[in-house]
Ligand binder design. Structure first.
Ligand SMILES: Cc1cc2nc3c(=O)[nH]c(=O)nc-3n(C[C@H](O)[C@H](O)[C@H](O)COP(=O)(O)O)c2cc1C
Ligand SMILES: [Mn+2]
Length: 465
């Protein structure tokens, strides 16, 4: 059963002991960030800050900060998450239904009544952030040529009461829409939804191909078509039960310095001139809840929600036989490092699988790809390291591929590559599968029949573990 809205999900988290209410007063700037850092380091609960100093609106964050809560958001069990994700995303997207009215428009503010600095508690999260950042916005626009809708998640810096900065990598779909509008000399209308059923947010941040309407995909992902309503000032629709909606346009020709911002790489990234959104109207529910996310070096909620959909997408798009487990690692920011176990079908198969994975859309950011045999668990670094130590010869098993698209936020790239968005990276394949499998030395272990006997009689040895 799908959640109707963010509130239902919050109730479910609370019932399952996965939500902590913070009832003391907190400062929106820096204090919430420091609390989130600590909670993320301890894989702690979702947080609802009920009293943010100077604001009447509460702030929810870290709601999807563990794989368990990510699965809960989709009503799936943690163990069956990948199967469930693959099953649901293989279904045809179902277009949203247009409702005559929606809770997200219970309160409407237009023109001068808009003040993003005062209305919602948008935090400054990390020390050197250039300002407050909206971190979980669902940015909705239409392709100026085809009219096809896109919904995506991009950080937004609050520049002033009605102006936001936006960072979109060159290949992002809203950026493609913006470029099309701008060649016609036009601004691009955008609606921004904050605080929805979490499945809608997950559809917006999942690596779906250009031309797929993420709001339709959200219906498939949650198992129920979503309801949308027409915006008050734009020809766009937004999820009817969203907590907050911002209506505006990405201004043609206008740029302003955006950043720094502590991002999923764990670094601030460059402060650069980037597009600006002017907000013309704000609508919200009665007693709205603001939904945010702390971002920074792993582990944080960001690597969970960024990494898991990509990890599952790699599984989906790599149809080669014998792929067992895929780990887009947390320490690799849920983006850059990937370990894959395979049932090696024939000699040389490790590199073949690696090339297929690196050629997939979702794995675009993967820089280090390690392939291991299926007796190695990709989620256990000791086992992976053992495979690297004992099965890999650098001159034979490592391939470096140069000048492929990388990530504009990768701090290891030269400044010019990040500034211009060209971000050409290199990638390394490390085939740590057994070379010449049939001839390879046998891993050592005690006799199997004796081990079983020892297990049966374990208590009698008095070892106490
Ligand atoms: C919390 C979060 C914040 C993100 N912020 C940005 C961002 O600021 N800029 C960007 O280009 N991608 C960002 N991404 C990645 C995109 O949301 C993601 O790739 C999405 O699939 C893009 O949608 P699109 O393919 O329709 O452009 C973010 C992802 C997450 C999970
Ligand atoms: Mn898209």
């Amino acid at each position: 059963m799908a959640f109707a809205d963010l509130r239902e999900f919050l109730r479910c988290l609370e019932e399952q002991g996965e939500l902590a209410r913070v009832c003391v007063e907190v400062e929106k700037d820096h204090e919430i960030g420091a609390i989130c850092r600590k909670v993320n380091d301890r894989a702690g609960p979702g947080l609802l800050f009920e009293r943010v100093k100077g604001y009447s609106v509460p702030l929810a964050c870290n709601l999807l900060g563990t794989k368990k809560r990510f699965a809960m958001a989709l009503g799936a069990s943690e163990g069956a998450l990948t199967e469930e994700w693959l099953r649901r995303t293989a279904l045809a997207p179902v277009s949203p239904v247009l409702a005559p009215r929606g809770a997200c428009q219970e309160n409407v503010f237009v023109g001068n009544a808009v003040n993003l600095l005062k209305m919602f508690p948008v935090p400054i999260w990390n020390e050197l952030d250039g300002g407050p950042f909206i971190t979980l916005p669902i940015v909705i626009s239409r392709d100026p040529e085809t009219g096809v809708r896109n919904a995506a998640m991009y950080r937004l810096q609050v520049h002033e009461r009605n102006k936001l900065g936006i960072l979109m990598a060159p290949y992002r779909h809203t950026e493609i829409h913006r470029r099309k509008a701008s060649t016609e000399g036009k601004s691009l209308p955008v609606a921004i939804a904050i605080g929805t059923d979490p499945a809608v947010a997950l559809a917006a941040l999942a690596p779906l191909p250009f031309g797929v309407d993420e709001l339709a995909m959200a219906g498939t992902l949650r198992g129920e078509t979503i309801e949308v309503v027409k915006c008050k000032t734009l020809d766009l629709e937004v999820p009817a039960t969203a907590e907050i909606v911002l209506e505006g346009e990405i201004l043609v020709g206008e740029r302003r310095e955006e950043g720094p911002y502590g991002d999923f790489t764990g670094y601030y990234g460059a402060k650069l001139r980037r597009p600006v959104i002017e907000i013309k109207a704000v609508t919200h529910r009665n007693n709205p809840i603001y939904h945010g996310l702390y971002n920074g070096r792993p582990p944080t909620e960001e690597q969970i929600i960024r990494g898991l959909p990509i990890q599952m997408d790699i599984a989906k798009r790599c149809p080669l036989p014998g792929i067992k487990k895929i780990n887009l690692t947390m320490g690799g920011c849920g983006a850059f490092n990937c370990v894959v176990s395979i049932d090696k079908q024939f000699e040389g198969y490790g590199k073949m699988v690696a090339m297929a994975i690196l050629g997939s859309w979702g794995a675009r950011f993967v820089k280090t790809l390690i392939i291991v045999d299926d007796d190695i668990d990709p989620f256990d670094w000791n086992q992976v390291e053992w495979a690297l130590a004992t099965r890999m010869q650098p001159h034979r098993d490592i391939e470096i591929i140069r000048d492929i698209v990388g990530c504009i936020l990768d701090p290891s790239l030269p400044y010019e590559e990040r500034r211009t968005g060209r971000s050409r990276t290199s990638k390394v394949i490390i085939d740590a599968t057994r070379y010449d499998t049939a001839e390879f030395e046998l891993p050592c272990q005690p006799r199997q029949d004796v081990t079983e006997k020892v297990n049966r009689n374990w208590a009698k040895y008095g070892v106490g573990i």
